[in-house]
Design a binder for this molecule. Structure first.
Ligand SMILES: Cc1cc2nc3c(=O)[nH]c(=O)nc-3n(C[C@H](O)[C@H](O)[C@H](O)COP(=O)(O)OP(=O)(O)OC[C@H]3O[C@@H](n4cnc5c(N)ncnc54)[C@H](O)[C@@H]3O)c2cc1C
Length: 399
């Protein structure tokens, strides 16, 4: 740090919703839908101008399985609803076993993942939120937070209208990077290993259009890792680091396109990521830190189930305590930034899990402004009424 500057600002309190959700990726969409369905005045702020986060602006348009790969559906509720929404328009409104209309993850593995269109999903999600009465503010970034007695009183945000405060009763941090948790002084941890560069892009050429997954790809066992674009690792948490990530990613994408064009002059990029394709950055340190060894463990405070996208079989019960820290009692995290160790982070960060967490965080935020005092049975009651299974023993037995 070169020097510091002290500035006193008078900031208007422009909105006072019941629940404020920061970030409009899959976790934030699920959290906002979930809270609004509890009849709460819900606001969602998103720094870009498009919902879906990495799933749309980041071109990660692959909804990984909601089943355990052994024939049992594991994730229900909004995890299933958002999956259906992601392909609804393309299926022309036909409802049913859409998740089975995806493509097999590998030839031998019958688990299905769904490829969705980012533009259609972003707009469908926006319509779904508006239909539930959620107020969406685009182009608005969280910049800091005011706290009192272990609770957030106001989120300080900035957008085209300038800087202002939003005073909600409870908050969901779905920023992917635990921005609100960190600004509010909740304990956070960084991903130790850093991120490798990805440069995924949609292209068009003689064969039609497609998604080119250049650089880091999420590997299933047995898959050959693609060539790395660079040895450098990125935290994704400092502006100069993120900018270096983006310029490197752009440079690799550009040279690949030029190479491709030597063989096929019709090859052109039609869409590039407008947010950095970073997987793990910062997370909250919650009341419980979830680990891979929690496979098949029964948690009394489970608020949903999710599978392991890499491996067939494991099922995880998500403890509510992974979503919050007692230091900031009215803040729940959802998505990429919940409390897990580095190994579990690789499993929990994917889209279906983010939807599971978002739904639970939204209900909690609608029910209480003190998660340490909230009886988890109240959240579970709502989840059950929505058809969500909370314990593995509620699933059909393995064949
Ligand atoms: C290269 C790559 C490949 C992947 N492959 C897959 C895959 O095949 N399938 C799969 O299911 N998952 C995959 N993932 C993981 C998955 O895409 C993400 O982990 C998941 O989409 C994260 O959702 P989220 O809602 O937690 O966060 P994000 O999608 O990161 O959403 C966070 C949102 O918050 C907004 N935001 C951030 N900070 C602020 C702020 N301060 N103020 C206001 N708004 C803010 C962002 O703009 C963004 O819209 C992949 C990820 C990467 C990077």
């Amino acid at each position: 740090m070169k020097s510091t500057l002290t500035q006193t600002l008078e900031i208007p309190v422009s909105y006072t919703p019941d629940v404020l959700v920061v970030g409009g990726g899959f976790a934030g969409i699920a959290a906002a839908l979930s809270a609004a369905r509890m009849g709460k005045k819900t606001m969602l702020i998103e720094k870009s101008y498009y919902l879906g986060g990495l799933g749309t602006s980041g071109l990660v348009t692959i909804y990984l399985p909601i089943c355990d790969g052994k024939g049992r559906q594991v994730s229900f509720g909004l995890a299933e609803e958002l999956l259906r929404l992601s392909v609804e328009v393309e299926l022309d409104g036909e409802r049913g076993a859409e998740w089975l209309t995806g493509k097999p993850m590998t030839e031998k593995d019958p688990r299905y993942e769904v490829n969705f269109n980012p533009a259609l999903f972003a707009i469908s999600a926006e319509k779904a939120l508006l239909a539930e009465g959620v107020d969406i503010l685009y182009g608005v970034s969280l910049v800091s937070a005011c706290t009192e007695n272990g609770k957030i009183t106001h989120a300080i945000v900035e957008g085209k209208s300038g800087r202002y405060a939003i005073g909600a009763k409870s908050y969901v941090d779905a920023s992917g990077d635990a921005d609100l948790a960190e600004r509010a002084g909740a304990p956070t941890a960084r991903f130790k290993h850093g991120n490798v560069v990805s440069a995924w892009y949609y292209y068009y050429d003689k064969s039609g259009y497609g998604l080119r997954m250049l650089g880091a790809v999420d590997l299933l066992p047995g898959m050959v890792p693609p060539e790395q674009l660079s040895k450098r690792r990125f935290s994704g948490l400092e502006d100069d680091d993120i900018s270096a990530y983006m310029t490197l990613s752009h440079d690799k994408l550009f040279s690949t396109v030029l190479e491709k064009r030597e063989k096929d002059e019709t090859h052109i990029p039609v869409s590039i990521a407008s947010i950095p394709q970073l997987r793990m950055t910062r997370r909250i340190v919650g009341e419980c830190t979830f680990t891979l060894s929690d496979e098949r463990k029964e948690f009394e405070d489970s608020v949903g189930l999710y599978p392991n996208w890499r491996e067939r079989g494991p099922v995880y019960e998500l403890p509510f305590r992974t979503l919050y820290s007692a230091q900031i009692k009215n803040l729940a995290c959802a998505g990429r930034c919940i409390s897990t160790d580095d190994e579990m982070w690789e499993i929990s960060r994917v889209i279906p899990c983010c939807s599971v967490m978002g739904e639970a965080a939204g209900i909690a935020a609608a029910l209480s402004d003190d998660f340490t005092a909230l009886d988890v049975k109240e959240i579970q009651k709502v989840l059950r009424a929505r058809g969500v299974k909370l314990h593995e023993k509620e699933l059909p037995p393995l064949a």
